[in-house]
Design a protein around this ligand. Structure first.
Ligand code: F6R
Length: 241
């Protein structure tokens, strides 16, 4: 694994965006796997600046990791809205080339199958990942077994508590999500894992330096041959670099 440590999340975001630029400019039909959450905001801000400086993204396909079950795409807290707000509406990507799971599909099993088909048809060149404080990637939560393909997941109490900061009422926080599975993530040609802040230092240590364990899902990334880990000094604090 290639580990890079930056002074600030915004420095790290520029580095991450330049890795994305390399993928975007070196392929006729680049496919980028995207994440939501606080961590990726500096990456999207930097990418938007690159686009304003001339980077063409009109040929890019994007595939997001996850969406809450029960939130329609126009719900303010949905990941569809997050992506529109922080990235899609700010750059020239064609909306029909952006993909997220539909959290209000009438048949969620069929929706997972549809999403697997989207991923099969668009092999991911670069997957962007954040990490939960419990080690989740996408919403692949700590468990005895990790699921390979897209699936509906019951979010852990820890994840629900973390997500509550974005909702005005605790009862509104979704209990389930649809997430891309572990095999789909590992099939991406390149992966970047980002983490910022002191609260991620412990899980970054466990994901990168301990063995591979299903109760730390991100540790499975140790098996992938092209992972870049992008950190700030706080999240890297336990690595002894
Ligand atoms: C979101 C996702 C999650 C987040 C993780 C970190 O699409 O897949 O795995 O990346 O929960 O979230 P933040 O960045 O808000 O700390």
């Amino acid at each position: 694994m290639n580990i890079r440590v930056f002074r600030t999340p915004s420095d790290a975001g520029i580095y991450a965006a330049s890795m994305l630029e390399r993928v975007i400019t070196s392929s006729e039909r680049p496919v980028i796997g995207l994440a939501t959450g606080e961590t990726v905001i500096p990456v999207y801000d930097a990418l938007v600046n690159f686009v304003r400086c001339g980077l063409n993204v009109s040929h890019v396909t994007t595939i997001n990791l996850d969406e809450y079950v029960g939130l329609a795409p126009d719900h303010p807290q949905s990941y569809h809205q997050f992506m529109n707000q922080y990235l899609f509406s700010r750059i020239g990507v064609r909306m029909q080339s952006t993909h997220l799971p539909n959290g209000v599909a009438p048949d969620l099993v069929a929706e997972c199958e549809r999403y697997n088909e989207v991923i099969r048809n668009h092999p991911i060149d670069m997957q962007v990942l954040g990490i939960g404080v419990n080690g989740h990637i996408g919403f692949n939560e700590p468990a005895h077994t990790l699921i390979t393909g897209t699936h509906v997941v019951n979010l852990t109490p820890e994840t629900i508590a973390m997500n509550a900061r974005f909702f005005s009422r605790k009862d509104d926080v979704p209990r389930q999500a649809i997430t891309m599975g572990i095999q789909s993530i590992l099939q991406a040609k390149q992966i970047m894992l980002l983490a910022f802040g002191e609260h991620k230092a412990d899980i970054i240590y466990r994901a990168l330096k301990d063995g591979i364990r299903t109760d730390v899902p991100a540790s499975i990334l140790q098996l992938h041959k092209d992972v870049t880990v992008i950190l700030d000094r706080q999240s890297a604090a336990r690595l002894g670099l």
